[in-house]
Design a protein around this ligand. Sequence first.
Ligand code: THU
Length: 136
Amino acid sequence: MALSAEQIGHLVDAAAKARQHAYAPYSKYLVGAAVLAGSGSTYVGANVENAAFPSGMCAERVAVFDAIARGEREIKAVVVVTENGGAPCGACRQALAEFGLDADVILVDATCNISAQTTLRELLPRAFRPQDLPRR
Ligand code: THU
């Protein structure tokens, strides 16, 4: 979908604000994410690390899981703010793809500059999707 400049600005602000709440004392890599869902509502997430390292969670999955827990089933766009405009990890791509392979993905750095605008489909070619599970 074509996002307006206003929508992008709102999502960037929301993700940047969430990033301020990231809990990343181990990696020191703060990530904020904002998801635009089917209803038009925005959901945010920040990465949350843990002394037991694998128990942490990425910002994107915090945001998409909150959206789903609140009743959303479609994702239209995801904005991720990091120090350097880094892209979502593979596990986050997979989690997001379940709800919107055509979602726009906008990568933003700490100065709020957009470093890339792409889609989930481009980031996760030949994604494994619900329809790939044989019916039983
Ligand atoms: N991280 C995210 O929040 N999203 C990603 O897509 C990549 C990595 C977090 C996980 C960890 O807290 C830190 O960044 C360093 O990997």
